[in-house]
Design a protein around this ligand. Sequence first.
Ligand code: URA
Ligand code: SF4
Length: 201
Amino acid sequence: NIGAERFLPGEISLPALREAARRCQGCDLYRNATQTVFGEGVPDARYMLVGEEPGDQEDRQGAPFVGPAGRVLDRALEEAGIDRETVYVTNAVKHFKFQPRGKRRIHQKPTAAEIDACHPWLAAEMSLVNPEITVILGATAARALLGPAFRVTRERGRPLPRSEGGFYIATVHPSSILRAPDRDAAYAGFLSDLRVAAALP
Ligand code: URA
Ligand code: SF4
C-alpha cells in the first residue's frame, strides 16, 4: 500500500479529483474492481454522507449507493426530510473489495491499511465540500474520519463538533439494516439518527 497521496491532481477541485481517482493505484484494490467509484452530489452540500466502499452494483455502475443499501438510504433520507439537492455521498474506500464465489462477488470489509491508503481522496472531498454535517455510515467510515477508538454503537445519533465547523453524526451502515434480524427496528434506529442530523442548526 503506497497510498493515494501521490495520485492526487495538482489542481484540487472535485472534477479534477474525480478524474485523477480513476487512475489511483494507492492500494491493491484497483486490481480486481471494475472502476473507481468516486463521490457524487452537490459541490456545496450541507450534508456529506460517508459509507464504507462501493458494493457490487456500485462497482458495475460507477456511482455510490445505487444498489440495495442505496435504496434504504434514499428512503430514509426522504423520510427524514433531507433533500437530495443538499447532499454529497461518498465512501471511505473508493474500490469494491470482494471474494469471487461462483458467479457472485462477495463483499469484503476493507482493512485498516486500505482505509488509510484511500484516505487522501476522502480528506480532499471533505475539505472541498466542507459540509455543515457529516453523516458517518458505519464503522469503516467512522474509522476513516474519527480513528479506531470510536465506537458507532456507543456514540450513534449524537452530534460531535468538527474542528473545521459543523458536526459529525454517526449511525449504522444502511446495509446492516438489510441483514438485521429485526429490520423494522434497525431501520427505525437509522431513521431516528438521520432525523437528529436533519434537525441540527
Ligand atoms: N455500501 C457502501 O458503503 N457504499 C456504497 O456505495 C454502496 C454500498
Ligand atoms: Fe486508490 Fe482507494 Fe482504490 Fe486503493 S481503494 S486503489 S487507495 S482509490
